[in-house]
Design a protein around this ligand. Sequence first.
Ligand SMILES: [Zn+2]
Ligand SMILES: [Zn+2]
Length: 665
Amino acid sequence: MSKNLVIVESPTKAKTISKILGDDFRVVSSMGHIIDLPAKKLGVDVEDKFKPTYVVIPGKKKILAQLKKEAKGKENIYIATDPDREGEAIGWQIKEKLFKGKNVLRVSFHEITPHAVAEAFKNAREFDRHMIEAQVGRRVLDRMVGYFLSPLLWKKIARGLSAGRVQSVGLRLIAERERQIQKFTASEYWEISAELFKPKVSGESNFCAKLEKIENQKAEIKRNQDAQSICDQLKDKEFKVLEIKKTEKKRYPPAPFITSTMQQEAFNKLRFNASKTMLIAQQLYEGIDIGEDNPVGLITYMRTDSPNVAAEAILEVREHIGRSFGKDFLPEKPNVFKAKKSAQEAHEAIRPSYICRSPESLKDFLNHDQIRLYELIYNRFLASQMKPAEFLATSVDILADKYLFVANGSHLLFEGFLAAYNKIQTEEKEEEEDEDKEKAKNVVPPLEQGELLGLKALNPSQHFTKPPPRFSDSSLIKALEEEGIGRPSTYAPIIYTIILRDYVRRIRGYLNPTELGFKVNDLLVEYFPKIIDVKFTALIEEKLDEVAEGTLSHVKILEDFYLPFKESLDFAQANIVKEVVTTDQLCDKCGKPLIVKWGRRGKFLSCSAFPECKNSKSITSGVKCGIENCGGELIERRSKRGFFYGCSNFPKCTFTSRDLPEDKE
Ligand SMILES: [Zn+2]
Ligand SMILES: [Zn+2]
């Protein structure tokens, strides 16, 4: 029998670690959280230092008993939950609940490799009290906000709604952006480009130049007729090269992934939403069967805000680059990337655990999504340790009468890191990249100052100013990170939660607030402006970081938070009244007007004489049910698993759909 017990939180991870540790260690899984705040009570004593009361999660008693049994007769108990605050807290709760007073040690590693695991066991330690406190502080804050705010939403809008602390700030950003879009009025403008060529050269020498200035003023053309009249004036003018500017530009490789950048790139390049990215990354981290010795952890831990890379991994990747791409692609010294102030230095960037395991070599063992994310992580890591790409940018000023045209071209001199990172096709390009590509397409021939050019065509084009774009998973995470809201463990859950509650819908990749989302947001902004203030939320995140470092007590944060929060709460409780939305429809039973009500499952029409008249009606989308001959219409519904369309003939017809069929006729 093995002398040692190791507890982790997932069965796959247990299997991967067990293979590494061998027969002396018995590795078991807690199957996720087993202890948490109670589901139906506050579970926090606001009178006594905000002490939380933890309970065993229903259904987890059996696992608890199993763990206890496993521990019998073991000399050492180790807890190897994930290497972050949440992992530290889960581990500590297991220790407190099951092994109080016993010698239980914490081991943590950022990748599940023989080397990292061995090192971790060599450095087995006591639990980090500060990390645990930071996690408790976050959990208690979130619990208080959710527990006290939700009933106010029920009072004003509908039963069953809920609001979270950081999610509400995410919702606020999305709702505010939508209002900017609604208010936006597009204005028309025109651009003129000239297709030019070298008259004395045979063969293709066509290139494009754009009208930039008129009489030294920025060209601003508002209407078609103005564009036409400029073209008419230009037709027989001389186009003369005024100045040629050539500059060498370097594009530096990006840092290896941290959680936020991985989520952004996986959305931009693979169209994965943030939750999907995290799910797949977790599979790659915990271990995958790859034939010979199963399973194997393929990447480092996926929740991190540090771009640091272990020294051994740097050595390996440099050797690999030298071998696969050539010495020219290898910088003299390793590239170093700076972490943000708040980043936890002990963490590492997300990178492949074994650089020798190329994406190609794993193609037979990983599924399509796994291989695509692995490839992205792998190539990004390679790129991060390669030389910059070098371009020669050419900008030519061309004068025709009072009109100044500029031709931009760009020529790749040295591929550098692009040799590794450009392989993956981008589905949605960033604006900057777009511009670069346009320049690269425009081949400006060798020109001389004073040279006269031939005019092939003038192309006026109509444009409209655009409203700010809706947020995508990628741009929302970027915004949250820039504002200092959220942490590696929270970006994906923020988006997931507001979609689950149907405050936001993801339509063709973009986040659209719903009517319900606007209502919830407006209530929170009106009564709790501070709680969902962007700067305030960022400040709390910073303070939680201080708790984790041991320079601040979590009780202090909670005290500072609770008093003003309680004041807003009392005011809201006294002043919030149910909102009544009238309609011009009349009740077909009693003739009184119908009003719009929100229920647990969505919006519906109710008789205003309720409870005397209990008549109610669904609000249909007008779109026919997908089942032939059903005759029902689709109705918006909400459930615990999010938003969907259901049939008006429910329960007779159980047709459901995530989106409305396109054909509305
Ligand atoms: Zn009625
Ligand atoms: Zn139906």
